[in-house]
Design a protein around this ligand. Structure first.
Ligand code: ATP
Length: 362
């Protein structure tokens, strides 16, 4: 699946014009502040209903206006659109028909992004890693989103009981449900991470061929894996009542990346970490593609940051193999060498200036 065209209105600094994209490879080159990331932001927004940079979506509305619109036409001959207004709601449309849920749009378009800030995945708390895995889970394990919805409600109920600080039948009921759902989620997450682990190694062979030490993805399910969750909760009930929320369970999962047994962030250079992140993203793209009728679209912001020419060469091999629509931004053309194919039909090169996107002529 690819995006044939994108139209935005009152979205950050972007001009309200229709842009026609290449089905495979699109490069966007422009100075700082020209609007490259805003284009990626618009594509990300239509697939996720949120920004990859700000939790306050109102910031995406052009200064002085009260709403924005983003619309794409896909190679599956479907028009997808979102209008967001200052009133705080999304009006979601598929082929002009209003939809109640963002998840309806997400069935038609899958977008993954790598930015210079994606390093948070290694350095930061578990939030980014959880988001990454659950994006894959949503698209690969089709019963996951329903399970997750029921689990989230159960977690809320259990937390409300813990906040009341009373050990009663209600808490016992929600704890039993919570354990059952946590175990079910942990088990499908584990099998997803196992598959990710296998897939990522084939991408690492292309992107980090010189790293010979064993690289593993370690799955932490959210409680001691040698024990039943019910046992862990029984042992920690006083602590949980004191804190007023659930301290263990499927909501607390994490994944860690180790190289030769050492955390990746302590061993690999920043450039190598970026390549590792790309390997993970390509691996997830392939897993999503295997089960989903919608092929993921890849957004890669500021490719030049930290990647030397050899790394970019490895990346260009990986891009050919991943074979999905890709948008890559750079401040200078030079940073895209040697990613640009020799054949002009295999890509589109855009110049971005003051929010306007045009085909780069030279
Ligand atoms: N709500 C808004 N209304 C109008 N302009 C905005 C809004 N939000 C941000 N901008 C401006 O849009 C411009 C484009 O920002 P964007 O992040 O897309 O640039 P960029 O080309 O990716 O730059 P860089 O290479 O520095 O990352 C910036 O000058 C920014 O100040």
């Amino acid at each position: 699946m690819s995006v044939v065209d994108l139209t935005t209105s009152q979205f950050r600094n972007l001009a309200s014009e229709k842009t026609l994209f290449h089905t495979n490879l699109n490069f966007l080159v422009g100075d700082n502040g020209s609007g490259k990331s805003s284009f990626l932001e618009a594509l990300f927004y239509i697939a996720h209903g949120k920004s990859f940079r700000t939790s306050n979506v109102s910031n995406l509305i052009v200064n002085g206006a009260d709403k924005f619109v983003v619309s794409v036409y896909t190679s599956n001959k479907t028009r997808l659109g979102i209008e967001f207004s200052l009133l705080g709601n999304n009006v979601i449309k598929i082929d002009g028909v209003s939809q109640n849920k963002m998840s309806e749009l997400a069935k038609n378009i899958v977008v993954q992004i790598v930015t210079p800030e994606s390093f948070k995945m290694f350095f930061g708390g578990p939030k980014e890693r959880r988001k990454f895995v659950d994006l894959g889970m949503f698209h690969v394990e089709h019963n996951f989103s329903e399970l997750w919805k029921v689990f989230s409600k159960t977690l809320k109920q259990r937390n409300a009981c813990l906040k009341r600080k009373i050990v009663d039948q209600q808490l016992a009921y929600w704890t039993e449900e919570f354990c059952r759902l946590s175990e079910a989620i942990a088990s499908i997450r584990k099998s997803y991470v196992d598959n990710l682990k296998i897939e990522v190694n084939s991408w690492l062979a292309i992107l980090l061929p010189d790293v010979t030490e064993d690289i593993t993805v370690q799955y932490q399910q959210g409680w001691n894996s040698k024990k039943e969750l019910s046992e862990v909760l029984a042992q920690n009930i006083e602590k949980e009542r004191e804190r007023g929320f659930s301290l263990f369970g499927a909501q607390k999962f994490d994944i860690r990346f180790l190289i030769g047994g050492v955390a990746i962030e302590n061993k690999l250079s920043r450039g190598q970490q970026k390549l590792f992140l790309l390997a993970l993203t390509f691996a997830q793209t392939k897993l999503i593609e295997q089960v989903n009728r919608v092929k993921p679209i890849l957004l890669i912001d500021d490719i030049g940051a930290e990647l030397d020419e050899t790394s970019r060469k490895a990346m260009s091999v990986a891009l050919t193999k991943v074979d999905c629509q890709t948008f890559i931004t750079a401040i200078e053309l030079q940073a895209l060498h040697p990613l640009i194919p020799n054949n002009n039909n295999e890509f589109k090169m855009f110049h971005v200036e003051h929010g306007k996107i045009s085909i780069k002529s030279e």
